[in-house]
Ligand binder design. Sequence first.
Ligand code: ZN
Length: 358
Amino acid sequence: MTTAIVFCESYFLHEQAPTHPERRERLQYTWDQLLEEGLLRDPRIRLVHPYPAPPEAVGAVHEGSYLDFLERASLKGGVIDGDTNVPPGLLHRALLAAGGAMAAADEVLAGSVTNAFAMVRPPGHHAGIRGGGGFCYLNNVAIMTRYLQRKGMERVLILDWDAHHGNGTEEIFYQDPSVLFISIHQSPLYPGTGHLSSMGTGAGKGYTVNLPVPPGSSDEVYYYLMESVIVPLAHRFHPDVIAVSAGQDNHFTDPLTSLALTASGYAGLMARAVALAGDLCGGRLIAVLEGGYSVEAALPYTNLGMIAAMAGMDFSGIREPAAYLWMYEEASDPGALQEVRQKVAVLKEQLHSKWGAF
Ligand SMILES: [Zn+2]
């Protein structure tokens, strides 16, 4: 397998404030780690530069009045919510993130690589049709999804495993049966949406699947959800391509959340998604970076693990530095799996009329 990594140093430029969790070091530490590991010299990896998303691609997802607001606010600065301000120059940087996801799609569509990882910021999955929020301005994965559909990929599975619910992505596709949106997220947690009972509406009913998990959920919970829900539903939906909203704030050291995924768990999860894409859609999979705020203890290793899994490399040796491992015992809760099993039983009943028994 070959994997494209979409990245450029312009992704370091966006900054709300030096102390804001969504800050440039998120990618700086990862980039340094990838260089140190020599990953970019590996023949299975191809580095791709992004381009700014063109207006028609962004306009396919967001309302014009919101884009006008972003353009005006980008001149002198503005505010969206308590966590999300608009620094001067924001719009161009957000367009470069959305275009990064499109550049990743281009490589996969052209067949120059098997799969691709858009290592972009700012993130996107909280941005909805009419507004941003939660550190997000433009919905990168949604803009890419509409672009893929224009290029002939009619059915897109979006797998969002960021620790927060992808409320923006859910809103954009809530009535749309061409997109199966599956989100695993911590509950309770910002933004407070993503209930088990929210399943889409109209023609889209059954095409939104929310999997809220309790604090303390670890690798085994994610593997269980992959095997018991995601794989069987994906086989029924039969996507032309899989998009992954690859947030990394589920890591046991993340300062904003209370989950307990490990770097090895991220690699294992991605390996399962890659295998699913191999079974269903010629391996076509595009991951787009979302959140993840543990800049030293997690991101360099979770990103490395995911890229290794995407490129078919051995990832068995990838783990966090030993100095952080004590935090795992405090973060993980072995009882989480049982709670999730009970929720899945309810979910299967809810979805039975749409997808049958699975
Ligand atoms: Zn998040």
